[in-house]
Design a protein around this ligand. Structure first.
Ligand SMILES: [Zn+2]
Ligand SMILES: [Zn+2]
Length: 304
């Protein structure tokens, strides 16, 4: 990963309890569905741990690693589907990135109570989170922030600078540090937040792993391929995997096939559709990527 970007400082002052976030209306509504279907990856262990150590199946043997970086685990905490007993599905997205210098929460889902419940079941402690990155100002990605900050105000929150001012006020009232983005930023080694693009302005995460770069998207409103191309422009190596919401429920099968082809052309080998991707597009991507498909849903923990 190219790291010629500002390293942001963490830390914040502690304040009283925050009001709820009410940044924007949701961009889309849908029924919530819960899937208890079989998965190709093992959800996190049910026995309590204090280290939050991942106990997941790796995507691929680290013997094939291209770098000496320690394993990085991405755990889905909030999604339209749930694959781990005891967790709740709800429209929205959030995932946790562990194994880097800092523990990072990408998006916060829509409902803070559901987010915290899923975190409890998956043995993720709010106080272990150093950084929150909000991809874009839709409530199904920002709605859980206030509850999270009430549990841990010592978080630094990154978000596109075009976010509504009430989010900044809410985060500051909770005692958090805020870091509006107007370009790519690296909160720590191995993590890059991409330049906000499109409307609504949306950033993605680039996570450096032993297997290669992993791009995590919230909704990919600017277009999955467009965001992958833009993120690739920040790197000197191809993107190995793309995960997250792809916003493809309204596209035709032919368009999905073109997206798959474009991703392959860009060097993407693994694909984990979640959240707003849509069941039809997800099924098509699953067939196309075959062994490279990553099953998402609340409780999925993918180690690279
Ligand atoms: Zn969304
Ligand atoms: Zn959205």
């Amino acid at each position: 990963m190219l790291m010629a970007f500002a390293m942001a400082a963490a830390g914040c002052a502690v304040d009283g309890s925050p009001p709820r976030v009410s940044t924007t209306v949701m961009h889309e509504q849908s029924t919530t569905s819960t899937s208890a279907g079989t998965v190709s990856m093992t959800p996190m262990a049910s026995t309590p741990t204090t280290s939050m150590a991942p106990t997941t199946q790796t995507v691929e043997s680290l013997a094939a690693s291209t770098t000496s970086r320690a394993p990085v685990t991405i755990t889905v905490l909030y999604d339209n589907h749930a694959i781990r007993a005891g967790t709740r599905a709800d429209w929205g997205f959030s995932c946790l990135i562990q194994g880097l210098e800092k523990t990072v929460l990408f998006d916060t889902g829509q409902n803070g109570d559901i987010l915290l419940q899923n975190m409890r079941v998956l043995q993720v402690r709010p106080e272990d989170i150093d950084v929150v990155v909000l991809s874009h100002a839709h409530a199904d990605h920002t709605g859980g922030l206030a509850c999270l900050l009430a549990s841990n105000p010592g978080i630094t929150v990154y978000y596109p600078a075009s976010f509504p001012a009430d989010l900044t006020r809410t985060a500051r009232a909770a005692g958090a540090s805020v870091a509006p983005l107007s370009g790519p930023v690296a909160p720590c080694s191995g993590l890059l937040i991409t330049d906000p693009m499109g409307s609504p302005s949306e950033s993605a995460l680039l996570v450096e792993t032993a297997r290669g770069e992993v791009l995590v998207t919230g909704c990919a409103h600017p277009g999955l391929v467009e965001m992958t191309v833009a993120a690739s422009g920040l790197l000197d190596s191809p993107i190995f995997a793309v995960l997250g919401g792809f916003h493809l429920s309204a596209v035709s099968p032919g368009q999905v096939d073109r997206i798959v082809k474009d991703l392959a052309r860009l060097g993407v080998e693994r694909c984990g559709p979640a959240h707003c991707t849509g069941d039809a597009a997800t099924a098509r991507m699953k067939a196309a990527f075959a062994d490279g498909f990553i099953e998402m849903g609340v409780g999925a923990a993918i180690t690279f």
